[in-house]
Design a protein around this ligand. Structure first.
Ligand code: ZN
Length: 147
């Protein structure tokens, strides 16, 4: 178990230090901002939808390792997914992060965050990117807040 935990921590550190899909997007079809006042995490999410498919997804922001790693891993997972699949993944992730339950079929690398449910304050860091992308997908103007 310790080895596993170490591996998980390494993956989180890696995504924090070298976030994937990090940067602004030239011509997004949707953007949304997210803010977690409890920790101070902020992010802006860019989406480019092609019909119902996430053609490209990028983010910029500042925050703790959990928020950044979660956003980074999320973008790698959502690229190429349909709007419907994104919502399903959001619900799976939300359940995992609040109960620690791993969904059937798994969430790939996102499973590294399954232990976060034990730390309610950290849950808000982990879900921030997800709430923000859901808002972008639904075309909501307001800032996604975890409070
Ligand atoms: Zn945070």
């Amino acid at each position: 178990m310790d080895d596993l935990r170490e591996l998980y921590q390494e993956l989180i550190l890696d995504h924090n230090q070298n976030p994937r899909n990090y940067g602004e997007m030239d011509s997004p079809t949707a953007t949304a901002d997210g803010f977690n006042p409890l920790c101070g995490d902020r992010l802006t999410l860019y989406l480019r939808m092609s019909d119902e498919v996430v053609e490209d997804i990028k983010f910029v922001g500042s925050g703790c390792a959990i928020s950044k790693a979660s956003a980074s891993i999320m973008t790698t997972l959502l690229k190429g997914k349909t709007r419907k699949e994104v919502i399903t993944l959001f619900e799976m992730f939300h359940k995992m992060i609040t109960t620690g339950e791993l969904p059937e079929g798994g969430l790939g690398k996102l499973a590294v965050l399954s232990g976060v449910y034990k730390y309610p304050a950290r849950v808000k860091c982990a879900v921030l990117a997800w709430y923000t992308s859901k808002n972008a997908l639904e075309g909501k103007e307001s800032v996604a807040k975890t409070e």
